[in-house]
Design a protein around this ligand. Structure first.
Ligand code: SF4
Length: 420
């Protein structure tokens, strides 16, 4: 069985001057026209008409400060591989993005994946043309369901017909369209779910994200669930829905890249894969998260902007004239989240990798951490059963049916990495 030597930690040898920083960029747009009852994202439906414009100006000044700081830290170069407008509801805005885009353009790679999340009810041919003219080349549509009952339960504003029309409209302008669907709404059965999958795949989309409905945080639905007014679907049905998606989407030519994400060949989501495979990304806006691989420690540095808009606004007035990464991390409202160490990094890396088709690289993990890999009996058993496999390059992957149970496996795999 694979065991690898402890060559010390390669992180300490990284020379930042020699490595251009290729990074993902996320901009959070927190505005929504109304609040969906299941939603636990950072958002607000209370905003004055001029708030989005001033918010974008603020985001732009933060972005420019970060670009300057990162260029100082990484003199070998900086480029954004992706830009993702997420929300909230980025589709409430169109030409307002122009100054932000123009300001960032010199650092966007010519082939950058630029995604905007959109609600179906906001799409018009004019809006799509403006977005495409700004360089947005991928649209992620929050369809959630093609069933009227599902949309009603999820308190979405659009109808099934509007969702279909929006996908067709988007495809007429853009060659890369994702749709999000949610499964697990009250009363949904396998036939409802099959109908949603059939509708989605009949619409010539390139990417599909399928999320399980969860009742979390302080959302109205979570409160109803806690009071027992609302019944969650049994786990067995949710798992059957996941397995149905695996089987149907494979038959339709989709590749399964991550537990919740599928794509047609050539359309894997670059931005998401940065998150899943420990790439660096910069998040701007309230509640946005960021990660710089190898920065600050071999395990990288993570930070989050406070979800409260006040911190962003107050911080804006104090943006330093000659910003540094360290200076920006000390700004009000920025929480450097974790003092990371090897075990924490390991669990995170294993956990996100095991949910994907790329799995985890045992040899690279051993080199980075100094650990040996000694599979526990449960892993030996799973390998014999074919639930997981390790190839000749030391890549460990779980069978896609098991991605759904990744949490349990992540612990077992992590505990198989031991100090020599
Ligand atoms: S699901 Fe989207 S549109 Fe609905 S409240 Fe949340 S962020 Fe806003």
């Amino acid at each position: 069985m694979s065991q690898c030597g402890a060559d010390g930690n390669p992180g300490k040898d990284i020379d930042l001057n020699q490595h251009p920083l290729a990074i993902g960029l996320y901009l959070h747009i927190p505005f929504c026209s109304r609040i969906c009852h299941y939603c636990d994202f950072v958002k607000t439906a209370r905003f004055a008409a001029d708030d989005p414009a001033s918010y974008l100006r603020m985001a732009q000044s933060y972005a420019e400060a970060w670009v300057e700081a990162l260029q100082r830290e990484y003199p070998a170069g900086l480029e954004f591989r992706t830009l993702f407008f997420g929300g909230g509801t980025p589709s409430l805005l169109d030409a307002a993005y122009r100054p932000f885009m123009e300001s960032l353009r010199p650092w966007l790679r010519p082939d950058a994946e630029i995604t905007l999340e959109a609600n179906p009810e906001h799409l018009t041919p004019e809006r799509l043309d403006i977005w495409a003219g700004l360089g947005i080349n991928r649209l992620s549509l929050g369809v959630q369901s093609f069933q009227a009952r599902g949309l009603k339960f999820l308190t979405r504003e659009h109808s099934p017909d509007k969702a279909r029309e929006a996908v067709r409209m988007a495809r007429a302008v853009l060659s890369n369209v994702n749709i999000d669907l949610i499964y697990g709404w009250e009363g949904q059965d396998l036939a409802d779910w099959e109908a949603d999958l059939d509708e989605a795949t009949a619409l010539d989309i390139q990417h599909l994200s399928l999320y399980t409905l969860t009742y979390e945080g302080r959302t109205p639905m979570a409160r109803r669930h806690r009071r027992g007014v609302l019944e969650a679907l049994p786990d067995e049905r949710l798992e059957a829905m996941y397995l149905m998606a695996c089987q149907k989407l494979r038959a339709q030519g989709f590749a399964h890249e991550e537990v919740s994400n599928w794509h047609q060949p050539g359309f894997a989501s670059v931005h998401n894969s940065i998150y899943w495979h420990a790439g660096s990304y910069l998040g701007l806006g309230n509640g946005a998260h960021s990660f710089l691989n190898e920065y600050g420690s071999p395990w990288g540095t993570r930070w989050a902007q406070d979800a409260n808009l006040r911190w962003l606004q107050e911080g804006q007035g104090h943006l330093p004239a000659a910003p540094t990464v360290g200076g920006l991390l000390n700004m009000p409202g920025v929480q450097v989240e974790i003092e990371r160490d090897a075990p924490e990094w390991l669990l995170e890396t294993v956990s996100s990798g095991l949910r994907t088709d790329k799995g985890i690289n045992i040899n690279a993990i051993c080199v980075k951490t100094g650990y040996d890999f000694r599979p526990r009996p449960s892993l030996e058993h799973a390998l014999r059963q074919g639930l997981m496999q390790i190839d000749a390059d030391g890549i460990l992957t779980l069978r896609e049916e098991e991605w759904y149970r990744e949490t349990g496996w992540a612990l077992e795999v992590s505990l198989s990495f031991v100090a020599p």
